[in-house]
Design a protein around this ligand. Structure first.
Ligand code: 5GP
Ligand code: SF4
Ligand code: MG
Length: 464
């Protein structure tokens, strides 16, 4: 998911709509914006579909006045996956004795089921299937006097990955979980402030990047300034390495490092680890493009656009059902026959999950007359599901969970298949020493080492 908030600028909701549009790659199912203005109090709009199809209407935007606003774009990883109900669309909103509070969450709580059960036993009435709603009920039960204090109470009780933006009638609040699994950055816009999942959304509104919210940090922002708190026990940070591989936009900067440059460097590592004789290096667009550029530069094999992407399609993976995903690949990608015919082609993609994309592409590229097809993948084999906010499927659907590299090569029907090593991936992030005994990132979907216990799935015996 993507989250964005602004305080201290007129017509804040318009900035939020722009910010969410720049974060659309993080979630395409639905979006919502909440604003606050003295004359109207809180206003909110939640819609299915793209930001540009909803939050550009003047009639709608006129209902979201004020200089304080925040929003969310949704990609379902919890609750009713793929059949989002409008009541699951964030920001969620609640009235407490001390005033209203809106909340938007990127990530996934790993103890939400147990927590929800406990809260329902104690009398809470849930209105959505979203794990985020637990935070609201925990806040309702807190005995603290202010909303930020109640929020600290609530967030100390949940486990998992959370970057959260919340707002009261006067404050914008940002929090990251103790390990900082999901991103959250602070920007300066005019005389006000912005919070955003990624820096690319600061660029779109002309905001200046100030700094990242630290893992385990809570910031409370008013037009007058920022207060910072560290409400959790200190922990070693474990940012999601897959944000670098796929999830974030290449024009974002994370941890002082360009996402594009990291992806290009993964391609360089791949070319060193798994060289091959070929005529062309082609990306599977757009997710494989920077790594293909790096592979081409390092190997000296010419780069070409052998597969053309229809720019009017969204991300295929994020379309939740298998039927849509299967069709999606062909609606989205087509082979550029003229340049592929008779060639030995290296295809570079960011990841293999179910193998659907790779299989379709291999078919298309052989149909187009390619002489050889070599897959190079800019991440290690995805063998484990993510419980922290990326919708990797159950383990049995992950190709790498039950096949060796050679079995996957045969299954995909290609001449060779190589994944970058976990070491190479860490080097590409700028960590010269590779992956150390105490790694800097979460890499659980590749290593199976979960830095946060996935309590709900472990306790219910669902983690195979
Ligand atoms: P597959 O077709 O193997 O199931 O999925 C791999 C493709 O999905 C890649 O091209 C990758 O760009 C894309 N993708 C989109 N979202 C995700 C995600 O959340 N996780 C992973 N691993 N790949 C994703
Ligand atoms: Fe990111 Fe993978 Fe960890 Fe999930 S399991 S947070 S996708 S690195
Ligand atoms: Mg892709």
């Amino acid at each position: 998911c993507g989250i964005f908030g602004v305080v201290g600028v007129p017509d804040a909701a318009n900035f939020v709509a722009l910010g969410l549009h720049a974060l659309q790659h993080r979630g395409q199912e639905a979006g919502g914006i909440v604003s606050w203005a003295p004359e109207l109090g809180f206003s909110s709009a939640r819609r299915f579909g793209y930001v540009r199809d909803n939050f550009t209407s003047k009639t709608l935007m006129d209902t979201l006045p004020g200089s304080l606003a925040m929003g969310h774009v949704r990609y379902s990883t919890a609750g009713h996956k793929g059949q989002t109900a409008i009541r699951d669309v964030q920001p969620l909103f609640a009235e407490f004795a001390m005033g209203g509070c809106a909340i938007a969450h990127n990530g996934n709580l790993t103890n939400a089921e147990a927590m929800k059960h406990e809260l329902i036993q104690a009398g809470s009435i849930f209105q959505s299937s979203s794990d985020t709603e637990c935070i609201i009920h925990l806040m309702a039960r807190s005995i603290q006097k202010t909303i930020p204090e109640r929020m600290k109470d609530a967030l100390r009780r949940v486990e998992g990955a959370f970057s959260v933006i919340a707002m009261t009638r006067s404050k914008l609040i940002g929090v990251r979980d103790p390990l900082g699994v999901r991103p959250l950055v602070l920007g300066r816009v005019g005389n006000g402030w912005a919070l955003s999942s990624e820096t690319c959304a600061l660029d779109i509104i002309g905001a200046e990047f100030v700094r990242e919210i630290e893992p385990g940090e809570m910031v409370i922002i008013t037009p007058d300034g920022i207060e910072s708190f560290h409400p959790f026990a200190p922990a070693k940070s474990r940012f999601c390495i897959f944000e670098y591989v796929y999830f974030s936009r290449p024009d974002s900067v994370i941890g002082g490092r360009s996402v594009y440059e990291t992806r290009r460097q993964i391609g360089v590592e791949l070319a060193r680890e798994a060289p091959v004789e070929a005529d062309l290096v082609c990306p599977v667009p757009d997710s494989g493009t920077p790594a293909a550029i790096g592979f081409s530069q390092e190997s000296g094999i010419p780069y070409a656009m052998g597969i053309i992407r229809n720019q009017y399609m969204g991300r295929t993976f994020i379309e939740p059902t298998a039927e849509i995903r299967n069709m999606g690949v062909r609606l989205k990608l087509n082979v550029n026959r003229a340049i592929i015919a008779g060639k030995r082609v290296v295809l570079v993609d960011d990841s293999v999950v179910r193998g659907t994309t790779s299989q379709k592409i291999r078919e298309m590229i052989l149909d187009a007359g390619a002489k050889e097809v070599h897959f190079r993948i800019a991440s290690p084999p995805t063998s484990w599901p993510c419980f922290y906010g990326v919708d990797t499927p159950d383990r049995e659907k992950l190709l790498a969970a039950h096949m060796t590299e050679e079995q996957m090569r045969v299954h995909l029907g290609v001449d060779s298949l190589k994944f970058v090593s976990l070491e190479g991936l860490y080097r590409a992030t700028g960590q010269e020493e590779g992956r150390t005994a105490s790694p800097r990132f979460c890499d659980a979907c590749f290593s199976g080492e979960y830095p946060i216990r996935p309590s709900d799935v472990v306790d219910s015996g669902r983690l195979q």
